[in-house]
Design a protein around this ligand. Structure first.
Ligand code: GRG
Length: 326
């Protein structure tokens, strides 16, 4: 069953238009969610095994903590917490989903940085996990984080209703798996010409990027609606917002690869052009990509119009994602 076909319950729509949130206020909220997510992950990823586990080997746990703590903007957790807030979901419940999602995101970065994938030495301004530890440990740290996400989502602290937890688990599994992020990564490797084939056109790049990057951001937005048992209209609005924000995130990433400063971005730049990779920027040009980005922000803001002032912070998030420098 698709997320949008699940059963509706409470409407929150129909409010008037919105005054923009200043970027400093937005940044404070983002930092607050980041600090809360960090604290929760720190508590969850301890050396003590929980029921059903034997022990947590120190080297693996250290690598998982290195990959998931002490860095990252925590944009996905922010989207979970703020979309959940639209439906009055308690912050502590939303943070559990946020922490699970961040584990999946961090796993993807660890595996993406491996020599067999993007072969990167720098991530979040620090040595990548396989450089700080070793390749085998990095593979296992990714495996550990991915599976830990589903352990966390299955816990009653996420939501007292097991059906909601199953919906979240199913949605995150699909977003991360063969028809989502892992599938998108496969398309990305193919687009580099590793397995033969021809270069991607615009629609091919859009599909690849929406799978590789967009679906996790869409999950972040829809998870708030799932936690809040939101009605169909609200889910459709958040799905539209998530899709626009997902594409905007990727275009801004492509632009950063061209004009970003590696020290600020926290990873190597210029890699797409060096690999002659088809990206939004290579296909649309820098100005065309900026124009598309601008339109996507408008689309994201409009998608939330019916939530009124309650969604002003999410509108600010769309602007932040488009204008980010790291
Ligand atoms: C290995 C299955 C597998 C998937 C990897 C997400 C991904 C797929 C690769 C990452 C490569 C990349 C740089 C994609 C562009 C978008 C992206 C995910 C950027 C990093 O996300 P941020 O900016 O990172 O949210 P922080 O460090 O802030 O968490």
């Amino acid at each position: 069953m698709s997320l949008l076909s699940q059963s509706p319950s409470q409407p929150t729509l129909g409010k008037p238009q919105v005054s923009p949130i200043p970027s400093a206020a937005f940044k404070r909220s983002l930092d607050h969610v980041a600090a809360d997510t960090e604290a929760l992950l720190d508590r969850l990823l301890t050396a003590d095994p929980v029921a059903g586990e034997r022990q947590r080997p120190a080297r693996l746990l250290d690598a998982m903590r290195y990959a998931s703590l002490g860095g990252g903007k925590r944009v996905r957790p922010f989207l979970v917490v703020e979309t959940a807030k639209l439906f009055g979901v308690p912050r502590r419940n939303a943070l559990m989903v946020a922490a699970a999602l961040e584990c999946v995101h961090c796993y993807s970065l660890v595996h993406d940085d491996l020599p067999a994938m993007d072969n990167d030495a720098l991530r979040r301004g620090r040595p990548t996990v396989h450089k700080a530890f070793d390749e085998a440990t990095a593979i296992l740290a990714g495996d550990g984080l991915l599976t830990f996400a589903f352990d966390v989502l299955s816990r009653p602290q996420v939501h007292e209703d097991v059906q909601i937890r199953i919906q979240l688990i199913s949605a995150l599994a699909k977003a991360a798996g063969v028809g989502g992020m892992a599938g998108g990564q496969m398309l990305d490797l193919a687009a580099e010409g590793r397995f033969g084939g021809s270069p991607l056109d615009f629609s091919g790049v859009r599909t690849l990027q929406s799978m590789k990057t967009g679906v996790l951001l869409q999950f972040a937005c829809l998870s708030g609606a799932l936690l809040g048992e939101a009605d169909r209209n609200a889910r459709v609005a958040l799905a539209r917002y998530g899709t626009a924000v997902g594409e905007a995130f990727q275009i801004s990433d492509d632009l950063l690869d061209i004009d970003g400063d590696a020290a600020t971005v926290g990873k190597a730049t210029g890699k797409d052009a060096a690999a002659h990779k088809a990206t939004f920027v290579s296909l649309l040009g820098v100005d065309g990509a900026r124009e598309r980005l601008r339109k996507l922000v408008v689309k994201a803001e409009r998608a939330l119009a019916s939530f009124g002032e309650d969604a002003a912070i999410l509108q600010a998030a769309a602007r932040f994602i488009a204008n980010r420098r790291s």
